[in-house]
Design a protein. Structure first.
Length: 299
């Protein structure tokens, strides 16, 4: 199945009213887990790589491997840049053959300082123009996602009128909205403003994106999808599953090492014994989310 744009995936999601899961890959194992889950669930997929992955690895070789995985896949996959913070980054990912990019103009390149709405609009407009010239879809963000796991104040939620102006001025294909979600784990139960989703949809008629999907109660996810969320980003929950699987297997291995040491036998080291269960655990999280979002069975 060839690579598709996120815009193409959104057409069916809009028509049949479900959300496509968007999952972050940082290496081959995470990418394999995500694609395997999509196959098992017969789900369309948005596989994404974040700009911050650059701090971990040069993305070009990783992306070359991901392209191979996608070529072999039998479900439609969009390869998406998540949270690109500058025009230059968007261009770098476009050169790598991404079929979808997010220009996150809500914050400056440091990922902390807010941009003004005008600055956001201008940088997003330029990124969308570049993406569209290559037939690539573009996501923009208006409003600010909570940066800390704290209560969200209503002032930073996306304003429906401002959203409509932003869509009109930038030409984005998908719109990330601030509705009370935040990246990472929440301190308690988050308050998700699902009514705001319906109000934004009313004014924009756009595929809306929920970031910070980890920890959002299932009923809010379902309500959000009912009201117009068509892409949901998940990252932290995959990290949690990966850590838990690693702890479990490390404990087992530690026991074996103690026995080997006591018997005067050499320890056996095999990295694959760590990575395989971690990969399986990530796959399980992705599959479960696909069923919740309604994209399972849609490919
Ligand atoms: O862009 C990525 C996400 O919004 C993931 O959020 O780590 O809270 O699941 P999460
Ligand atoms: Zn995000």
């Amino acid at each position: 199945m060839p690579l598709v744009t996120s815009g193409e995936l959104m057409k069916d999601a809009m028509k049949r009213e479900y959300a496509v899961g968007a999952f972050n890959a940082i290496n081959m194992e995470t990418a394999q887990a995500i694609v395997a889950a999509a196959h098992a669930e017969k789900s369309p997929l948005i596989l994404q790589v974040t700009e911050t992955t650059l701090k971990y690895t040069e993305p070009e070789p990783l992306v070359a491997c991901i392209h191979e995985l996608i070529k072999e896949s039998t479900i439609p996959v969009a390869l998406h840049l998540d949270h690109g913070r500058s025009f230059e980054i968007v261009m770098r990912f476009l050169r790598m053959g991404f079929s979808s990019v997010m220009m996150d103009g809500s914050l400056q390149e440091d990922g902390k300082t807010p941009r003004t709405t005008e600055e956001n609009l201008e940088v997003t407009r330029q990124a969308v123009e570049a993406a569209h010239a290559l037939g690539v879809s573009a996501e923009g963000e208006i409003g600010r996602l909570g940066q800390v796991s704290d209560e969200q104040s209503e002032e930073i939620l996306t304003d429906p009128e401002e959203a409509a102006q932003f869509v009109e001025a930038t030409g984005v294909d998908l719109l990330a909205v601030a509705i009370g979600t935040t990246h990472g784990l929440y301190k308690g139960t988050p308050k998700i403003y699902t009514d705001r989703v319906a109000e934004i949809r009313e004014r924009t008629d756009m595929p809306l994106v929920m970031h910070g999907g980890t920890g959002v109660p299932d009923e809010d996810v379902v309500e959000g999808v009912k009201n117009g969320i068509r892409k949901i980003n998940i990252d932290t929950q995959m990290r949690v599953a990966c850590h838990e699987a690693l702890w479990k297997i490390m404990n087992e291995i530690e026991g074996e090492y103690k026995q080997a040491d006591a018997a005067g036998e050499p320890r056996k080291y095999d990295i694959r014994r760590l990575l395989a269960p971690a990969r399986d655990a990530i796959q399980e999280v992705v599959a479960e989310k696909m069923r919740l979002f309604g994209c399972a069975g849609k490919a």
